[in-house]
Design a binder for this molecule. Structure first.
Ligand SMILES: [Zn+2]
Length: 277
């Protein structure tokens, strides 16, 4: 449920040019195939523990609301088991991207609502809406790409960075309360979207999430080419009001083009992972 790359285009091209130039110079993590650089130092202005605690509390509240409205899909449901299995494979690769993830208490929930959406809160609290899976008829590989993207926002601590940039630490508590203060389930999709919009993950965050998600998927045996078909399906579903996910993740040709360009970087990892399975 990140923010998105809407259409403010001039900084976008500047940013891409910067990234391209920086790729040759910066000390990118040697362990990754995609170039995403170091996580922003700004994020250190916001205590990770605090944000993770707030996310945990609000996630619990969200799940309770879903349960009260009988919208929480039981863990024993085949679809919930399928999605949990996919997320578990991705989680195994999470510490590569953020050491803190070793101590996160990852949680996964499938919520029965028509909205095409999914998110991963700080600290590894994942929720998928059934609309995402059913309306787009996602394959396992495509599910992995969208979950990898959302998990990457948490692992790269984009919420910390965004809050640091936009509010400073003084406003952390009140912002956090509104950020994760979800309304009743009937308005949940809109509410979550509205609240998280206050975060406004930027284009660079979206690029990082796409690339980190792509590599996480490949490393855990999911076909990276599914990132392209995922966004094509999103785009196709965008007629009329469109998926809630797209309000924060426009499926532009730039996004698909960049993913295509990066697939060769991770294809070897994918083949190795498949061979190990
Ligand atoms: Zn995103």
């Amino acid at each position: 449920m990140c923010e998105l790359c809407a259409a403010r285009s001039s900084p976008w091209f500047d940013r891409r040019a910067f990234l391209a130039a920086g790729a040759a110079l910066a000390a990118f993590p040697a362990f990754s195939q995609v170039n995403v650089g170091e996580a922003s130092r700004l994020r250190t202005l916001v205590p990770a523990e605090k944000l993770e605690q707030m996310a945990t509390a609000q996630y619990a509240q969200l799940i309770e609301q879903a349960r009260a409205k009988q919208a929480l899909v039981p863990e024993s449901h085949p679809q919930a088991q399928r999605l949990r299995a996919i997320s578990s494979r991705l989680i195994a690769d999470a510490p590569r991207w953020n050491d803190r993830a070793r101590q996160w208490k990852w949680e996964f929930s499938l919520i029965n609502t028509a909205s095409i959406n999914a998110f991963c809160m700080p600290g590894g609290k994942i929720a998928v809406f059934t609309g995402l899976i059913e309306k787009l008829k996602l394959t396992d590989d495509e599910v992995a790409m969208v979950l990898g993207h959302e998990m990457a926002h948490a692992l790269r601590e984009h919420a910390r960075e965004r809050i640091a940039k936009s509010q400073g630490t003084g406003a952390l508590l009140s912002l956090g309360a509104s950020l994760f203060g979800l309304g009743d389930l009937g308005h949940m999709a809109a509410s979550v979207g509205t609240q998280l919009l206050t975060l406004k993950f930027g284009r660079n965050d979206e690029i990082e999430a796409d690339l980190v998600g792509l590599e996480m998927g490949a490393r855990t045996g999911f076909d990276p080419k599914a990132a392209v078909t995922l966004w094509q399906k999103m785009a196709k579903a965008s007629g009329g009001k469109g998926p809630a996910f797209l309000s924060t993740h426009p499926s532009g040709t730039d996004r698909i083009k960049r993913l295509r360009e990066n697939i060769p970087r991770v294809e070897g990892l994918y083949r190795e992972a498949v061979a190990r399975r």
